[in-house]
Design a protein. Sequence first.
Length: 103
Amino acid sequence: TACAQVAPDASSAEALASVAKPLRYDSSAMLCAISGYPKSGCGEQVSGDSGSAKPSEPAKTADDQEKGEEGDGGGGPSVGLLVGIGAVLLLGVAAVVQARRRR
């Protein structure tokens, strides 16, 4: 990581150029390489053959989790949610107790 110190009206390309040299562009001004990586090529399409690697599973959305699909790890609410609800209830009880003491 690096901190780019550029003028307030500088573009993101100018900020990148100030901290990551050399940049390589093609004839249509498309950024092809940053700090020499990759060494060659610019925007070539990758073949669909992934070799022996297995495709990853699609990420689950909130809708998928609400439907309770198989293998979702228990299907109950998360621990963080339960702790949050407990904290809100505890604060509510404390507020009621404090209000009664003042009377």
